[in-house]
Design a protein around this ligand. Structure first.
Ligand code: PEP
Ligand code: MN
Length: 263
């Protein structure tokens, strides 16, 4: 169902009037984790100013260590919703528990399935059973075929509003957190009609190469870019080393717009 052979035209996902997959790239930005109302509102204000409509923020955090901050849960989703309603934004947030899908639909506009859960088949089935659009991230060592089959799990349950997200894969290279597989973009665009995002923050884990990686992703045909923005990255409760602050985000947006890759 997700194959180009089944459907030649691009799937265009309509997020309250913002179209994803129609040729004009979109940006999704926001903190790694929702930490407080103040933090989310500060980011939301900047997104609004920049004309960026999609806001991310994790309320359920799949952390590598069980001792790390696990997220605010439903309270975090409520904070995202309040900020989004205030600034007319779209909420993108990760859900990790199949039983939370219906609860999440009250607050989020896009359900994110994280890399670590790409092959959590019960979660994929649950995401396929609701009608909220889904952003599915590529697993840490998933092949293209595994990635597309994961999307197929969701679409085959009836939720056709699926967006794919390349977020870097595990390799031996240590100078980046993961290896951004830029070739995934044209391959996914050729093989599937679903929109394709590139998460430049988790793939690189470095603030200094976000702009060239975003340009590469857009030049390769990506429909959207994801990045992490935090009002004070140094004190962030997760991914403190890779998030950018609000002035850097504003510079990033200005430079990306100047590249003429934003349509
Ligand atoms: C995230 O986007 O918040 C995240 C945890 O990313 P990933 O699932 O790609 O590691
Ligand atoms: Mn993160």
């Amino acid at each position: 169902l997700v194959s180009r052979k089944k459907q030649a035209e691009n799937t265009v996902v309509d997020l309250k009037g913002t179209l994803v997959g129609n040729g004009t790239p979109v940006i999704v930005a926001g903190p790694c984790s929702v930490e407080s109302e103040e933090q989310v509102f500060a980011v939301a204000r900047s997104l609004k100013e920049q004309g960026v409509r999609l806001m991310r923020g994790g309320a359920f955090k799949p952390r590598t260590s069980p001792y790390d901050f696990q997220g605010l849960g439903e309270e975090g989703l409520k904070i995202l919703r309040r900020a989004a309603d205030e600034y007319d934004l779209i909420v993108v947030s990760e859900i990790v528990n199949p039983g939370d899908m219906e609860m999440a639909e009250q607050y989020v506009d896009v359900i994110q399935i994280g890399a670590r859960n790409m092959q959590n088949f019960e979660l994929l089935k649950a995401a396929g059973s609701v009608r909220t659009p889904v952003l599915l991230k590529r697993g840490l060592s998933a092949t293209m075929e595994e990635f597309l089959f994961a999307a197929e799990y969701i679409v085959s349950r009836g939720n056709t509003q699926v967006m794919l997200c390349e977020r870097g894969i595990r390799t031996y290279e240590k100078w980046t957190r993961n290896t951004l597989d830029i070739s995934a973009v044209p391959i996914l665009k050729n093989e599937s009609h679903l929109p394709v995002f590139v998460d430049i923050t988790h793939s690189t884990g470095r603030r200094d190469i976000l702009l060239p990686c975003a340009k590469a992703a857009l030049a390769a045909g990506a429909d959207g870019i994801m990045l992490e923005v935090h009002p004070n990255p140094a004190v962030a409760l997760s991914d403190a080393k890779q998030q950018i602050d609000i002035p850097s985000f504003e510079t990033f947006m200005k430079d990306l717009r100047a590249s003429n890759l934003m349509g």
